[in-house]
Design a protein around this ligand. Structure first.
Ligand code: URA
Length: 236
């Protein structure tokens, strides 16, 4: 494959932009500058890639990553009021079409998965699959037994035909519960808690299915490991 095409496949922009990067001598492959945009390369032979002084881990297929979403960021490519979660990632990923697996509210923090794999998004967000998501919920009022009871037995939300119940709920501290839901309705946690007579002050997603949020600072991301991907029923 021609070198500029390879750079394009790695997310470094349009054909023209990739050719320019090469012509300006900004691309170092296996320790050597290569300014020949027509050079024939094979991704498998590229051990190190540095573009414009930034090392880049060569991608060999779809991308799967987790982000510890910060508060006041929007899960949208066209945010209205806050920075986009995508602005936390190197722009190459946006060029490659990375999308979030479902949405979190602007004020919700925690585990957000991002990928270029549409099937992965479908598998984790389709209502039919019912993948459980666990949230740490900070409440305005103490977590009473009645609240836990109501969330477990089901609450009726506006515009819903049937009551929605949690998969699991556990009191962590007086004002904190862990709540697992599988349905993924709009503002579901906040609406369920409100319907049960309390109020969400802060919401943090701590797991999706068997996958916990890794030890990442707010705003940090990393690729999923093959083991994590396998735990979600996928391979890289
Ligand atoms: N439930 C909510 O209310 N908000 C979220 O961001 C996620 C689940």
């Amino acid at each position: 494959m021609e070198l500029y095409r390879f750079l394009q496949q790695q997310g470094f922009g349009s054909r023209k932009e990739c050719r320019k990067l090469l012509e300006y001598g900004l691309v170092e492959i296996n320790g050597e500058i290569n300014d020949n945009w027509r050079a024939d390369v094979s991704a498998a032979d590229i051990r190190t890639l540095v573009v414009d002084d930034e090392p880049w881990q060569v991608l060999h297929g779809p991308v799967y990553m987790m982000l510890n979403k910060q508060a006041d960021t929007e899960t949208s490519h066209k945010p209205l009021h806050h920075p986009s979660v995508y602005s936390r990632l190197p722009p190459q990923f946006t060029n490659l079409g990375v999308s979030a697996v479902g949405r979190l509210d602007a004020d919700t923090t925690g585990l957000l998965l991002l990928t270029t794999d549409g099937q992965f998004i479908h598998a984790l967000t389709s209502p039919k699959k019912q993948v459980p998501k666990c949230y740490r919920v900070t409440l305005k009022h103490p977590a009473s037994d009645a609240l836990l009871q109501q969330l477990s037995s089901g609450v009726l939300l506006r515009d819903e035909d049937e009551a929605l119940a949690v998969d699991a709920v556990e009191r962590i501290e007086t004002h904190t519960i862990d709540m697992t839901i599988s349905q993924g309705r709009y503002h579901q946690v906040k609406r369920m808690v409100a319907a049960a007579g309390n109020r969400v002050n802060a919401l943090h997603r701590i797991a999706i299915g068997p996958l916990p949020l890794a030890d990442l600072a707010p705003g940090q991301w990393r690729f999923l490991t093959p083991t994590e991907l396998a735990s979600l029923g996928f391979s890289g």
